[in-house]
Write a protein that binds this ligand. Structure first.
Ligand code: BTN
Length: 268
């Protein structure tokens, strides 16, 4: 693959993404506040399933828990896909796991053997974060209207491009492979894999992907601490359920299901 030659624009994106049935339109911005925010505006205005927002840079890239997502020009991939699956709102968070699997498969094409998923939404290369996923949704009267699947991939960032606070924990495809990658090549494979796993998810839910997702999970049998709002829970992970929740046993032997939160590995 050729290194990123800088021809990343609406025309080249349309050319490389147009044959993907999952994609019904591409909205490209050289700079946007956040592709998720923009996709949300478009979805509220009636945008269809499969409309994708892509930006070269974000000035207010958003992460989970109100964190910022570093989004400089010319280096990475920031995409938000509008989806309107016919599923219950309670099932929508499983789409984060589905997207994580698609990204883990994507990174494995470039860095085989170095990829893991940190539940629920981080994809790591050699233990450092190279992708974040922000899934947002709107539902009304108990039914799901749309889901925004926001994916940030660190492609060609160097260590010094990261904020100093992230340098020990974040990485990019370039840092792990020693070479720059063409973002058009990467994004076209990203949507091939997203389409593959989304179709399976629509038919079978997370249970149809669970086995493959587990190939990348490294938390089974490990001691974790889960932080959710102001509460903490510590225990050993005994499994990942059919709906994507973590099953865990605390020191007293009691079982818990973890639906949301920040997971920290404590070791065995
Ligand atoms: C996280 O790890 O906290 C999630 C980060 C998600 C970042 C992506 S970049 C594309 C999309 N637009 C955003 O503002 N956020 C997501």
């Amino acid at each position: 693959m050729a290194a990123d030659p800088g021809e990343f624009n609406r025309v080249t994106l349309l050319e490389c993404l147009k044959q993907r049935p999952i994609i019904t339109d591409v909205h490209y911005y050289e700079e946007v506040d956040s592709t998720n925010t923009m996709a949300c505006r478009l979805a509220l205005g009636g945008a269809r399933e499969g409309e994708v927002v892509v930006a070269d840079a974000q000035i207010k890239g958003r992460g989970r828990l109100n964190r910022a997502w570093q989004s400089p020009h010319g280096m990475n991939l920031y995409t938000s896909t509008i989806l309107r699956p016919k599923i219950e709102p309670a099932v929508a968070p499983q789409m984060t796991l589905m997207a994580g699997l698609a990204v883990a498969d994507l990174f494995s094409l470039f860095c085989p053997g170095s990829v893991s998923i940190k539940w629920p939404n981080d994809v790591l290369l050699k233990g450092r974060k190279a992708c974040g996923i922000l899934t947002e949704m709107k539902s009304a009267a108990g039914s799901l209207e749309f889901v925004i699947l926001g994916i940030g991939l660190n492609i060609n960032m160097n260590r010094e491009d990261f904020d100093p606070s992230l340098r020990e924990t974040a990485t990019s495809l370039k840092m792990e492979t020693g070479k720059a990658w063409n973002r058009l090549d990467v994004i076209s494979k990203q949507f091939d894999l997203l389409e593959k796993w989304y179709k399976i998810f629509l038919k079978e839910g997370f249970s149809g992907l669970r086995k493959d997702w587990m190939r990348y999970a490294d938390i089974l049998g490990k001691r974790i601490r889960v932080a959710y709002k102001d509460e903490f829970q510590t225990g050993i992970v005994t499994g990942i359920d059919e709906d994507g929740t973590i099953l865990m046993q605390d020191e007293s032997g009691a079982s818990h299901r973890v639906i949301a939160g920040d997971v920290h590995l404590l070791g065995r």
